[in-house]
Ligand binder design. Structure first.
Ligand SMILES: Cc1cc2nc3c(=O)[nH]c(=O)nc-3n(C[C@H](O)[C@H](O)[C@H](O)COP(=O)(O)O)c2cc1C
Length: 304
């Protein structure tokens, strides 16, 4: 079940996604942290952030809409309180999701994390749809993306994974820009900008008006985006969007992802990441797949 990604070895290609797995340590009594490929932390900023006022999560027909607003404890407290107990799980890769309002913010977070032990890689969040500055403002503009990734690459002493926004016209173009600016891998993708209305009050369901849609509702679009990104670049891709079962994960691998992330599914079943990792192993056994890596890009496309 081992895969290699950006110079790292993952015990399984299944990883828990940012914003749905806390800082990892909160899950130690729920999930066997050594059995999953790793996890991505909630987006971490230089200073602590309170996020948006409630309501900031709404269930939808096949997923959820969120506008958390990047609530987090800030990089100092993360390093002091949340990171040290994770040394109990040396096989579990820790991917730290990095967020900033400005380029200088992103770089300051990375510089501070560089001196902290035990982190596998950084996932640069250039794709949060729920904040007015930073986030998607970088990921949706080619020039800003190129500038930020280039600067982050110069500062980072660890592998740099760039998490792309699906709210763009050409994911292939953004993937190529991130690769050309020094990304070691890509995460495809973040949530889709969306909104819901309460017809009785005539008000938006979220205080923030708009939010990000995730869960099974986005899976077919996310698979198409992973497929297009994988054709555009040579660096590995972590695919995500609506993965609930092992066969969902197989679809993303076949579309060209080297690893997958599980997000919203953890809200319904906190053990989802471990369950999908275990079921993927069984799926491979029952389908005569000796190495999970043989599924990567295994899609057979009829001749165009
Ligand atoms: C409540 C919630 C919070 C999230 N917070 C973050 C975040 O802080 N940083 C980030 O890059 N992505 C964040 N995401 C996006 C997920 O990591 C993932 O890209 C997206 O939800 C698609 O996967 P899924 O359909 O399996 O949830 C968040 C998603 C949810 C549902």
């Amino acid at each position: 079940m081992k895969v290699k990604l950006a110079g790292l070895e993952l015990a399984s290609p299944v990883v828990a996604a940012s914003g749905t797995f806390g800082y990892g340590i909160e899950f130690e009594e729920i999930v066997s942290l050594d059995r999953i490929g790793g996890f991505v932390t909630k987006g971490i900023s230089l200073e602590p952030l309170a996020g948006h006022p409630a309501p900031r999560i709404v269930q939808t027909a096949a997923g959820m809409l969120n506008a958390i607003g990047l609530q987090n404890i800030g990089v100092e407290e993360y390093i002091r309180k949340k990171l040290p107990p994770m040394s109990r799980y040396p096989r579990c890769n820790i991917f730290v999701n990095v967020f900033g309002y400005t380029v200088a913010d992103y770089l300051a977070v990375i510089e501070r994390l560089n001196s902290a032990p035990g982190i596998a890689a950084y996932e640069l969040n250039v794709s949060c749809p729920n904040v007015h500055a930073g986030g998607m403002a970088f990921g949706a503009d080619p020039g800003s993306l190129e500038y930020l990734v280039d600067k982050a690459r110069q500062v980072s002493r660890r592998p740099l994974i760039v998490k792309l926004s699906p709210n763009v016209t050409s994911i292939g173009q953004m993937a190529r820009i991130a690769e050309g600016s020094g990304a070691d891998a890509l995460s495809v993708a973040n949530t889709f900008r969306a909104m819901l209305i309460d017809v009785e009050t005539r008000k938006p369901r979220l205080t923030n008006v708009t939010g990000g849609l995730s869960g099974p509702a986005i899976k077919p679009i996310a698979i198409r985006m992973v497929f297009e990104a994988a054709r555009a670049v040579k660096i590995p891709i972590m695919g995500m969007g609506g993965i609930v079962t092992a066969t969902d994960a197989v679809e993303f691998l076949m579309a060209g992802a080297t690893a997958v992330q599980v997000g919203t599914a953890s809200y319904a079943d906190p053990r989802a990441t471990e369950r999908i990792a275990r079921d993927l192993e069984s799926w491979c056994k029952s389908h005569g797949v000796a190495q999970v890596t043989s599924l990567i890009g295994a899609l057979e496309v009829p001749q165009e």
